[in-house]
Design a protein around this ligand. Structure first.
Ligand SMILES: C[S@@+](CC[C@H](N)C(=O)[O-])C[C@H]1O[C@@H](n2cnc3c(N)ncnc32)[C@H](O)[C@@H]1O
Ligand code: SF4
Length: 270
């Protein structure tokens, strides 16, 4: 049987936070995460809250920036009403989904909402997640001009058959290209990699890695929580309840109930 959703306190009707949220708040850096829940296609392993065009059911992507900006205004008021001292954001992270499916002007609008509502520290890091086939030299330059300072590419693997297992749509040969374009635009770059994919080269048998050059992009390695049960979308013939645990998710899932439990998107881990 799929595991039950964890019990939690209901969201307070007034939207305010518990008093503990204000304790020593000024000792902590303040970061803002903005989720953009749209993807062109969904990768079989993905647990994040995201919707392809077929799943939007009348919702328009073009309305999203306005809704997200209103959410930011709501958050500003909720934090103030909860007694959390106001301070400017030192990081802003646009995660997904695929934020780069939205026009740059939409991301700029959401960033303005953060700047107007909270303020940004000088030199704030503003990151956008991007699929390698969702950007080009022009759009990366436009992101930089809009105030983005860093782009995080979902590379996942350099091996074509591993990318195929993951149901990724990009050509690995594109990675060096997008990294170069991003750097030419003045952006910092990081790459997401996934290890342990069925059929991927063994980590233990791998040749020793070469030392990183100072200009090498930073990487983060991820192991999908549903890995042992990940399967091709072509195999999803008997849908059951999704295990991703996000309250808004309407997806179905045929994963084996014996697999490790899935996690929702956790912005702090990115
Ligand atoms: C949610 S995606 C958003 C960015 C972009 N759409 C992409 O795929 O690169 C960010 C990263 O999360 C990782 N990821 C996706 N599904 C995951 C899962 N089930 N468990 C752990 N990491 C996952 C992938 O490495 C991906 O690059
Ligand atoms: S991994 Fe990225 S592109 Fe793939 S479905 Fe998840 S958010 Fe979308």
């Amino acid at each position: 049987m799929p595991s039950a959703l964890p019990l939690a306190d209901p969201a307070p009707a007034d939207g305010l936070l518990p008093a503990s949220a204000a304790v020593e708040a000024t000792d902590r850096a303040f970061g803002v995460y903005l989720h953009v829940p749209f993807c062109r296609v969904r990768c079989g392993y993905c647990d994040f809250n995201t919707y392809t065009a077929d799943e939007l059911r009348g919702v328009r992507r073009s309305d999203y920036a306005a809704h997200a900006s209103a959410e930011v205004e709501f958050a500003v008021a909720a934090l103030a009403g909860s007694g959390v001292p106001s301070r400017p954001a030192s990081t802003v992270f646009f995660g997904g989904g695929t934020p780069t499916l939205l026009p740059v002007s939409d991301l700029a609008r959401m960033l303005s909402a953060v700047r107007d509502g909270f303020g940004l520290v000088r030199g704030a890091e503003v990151t956008v997640e991007a699929n390698p086939d969702s950007v080009d030299a022009v759009s990366l330059a436009a992101l930089a001009a809009a105030g983005v300072t860093r782009v995080s590419f979902g590379m996942q693997s350099a091996v074509p058959h591993v990318l195929a297992t993951l149901e990724r749509t990009h050509d690995p040969a594109r990675i060096p290209l997008v990294v170069r374009w991003a750097r030419e635009a003045g952006l910092e770059v990081s790459l997401d990699l996934i290890y342990g994919t069925p059929g991927s080269p063994s980590l233990t048998g791998a040749a020793p890695s070469r030392p990183r050059s100072p200009r090498a992009p930073t990487t983060s390695r991820r192991t999908p929580s549903s890995w042992r049960t990940a399967r091709s979308s072509r195999d999803r013939s008997a849908p059951g309840p999704c295990r991703c645990r996000t309250t808004t998710c309407r997806r179905t899932c045929t994963s084996s109930p014996t697999g490790s439990s899935a996690r929702p998107a956790t912005p702090g881990t990115r």
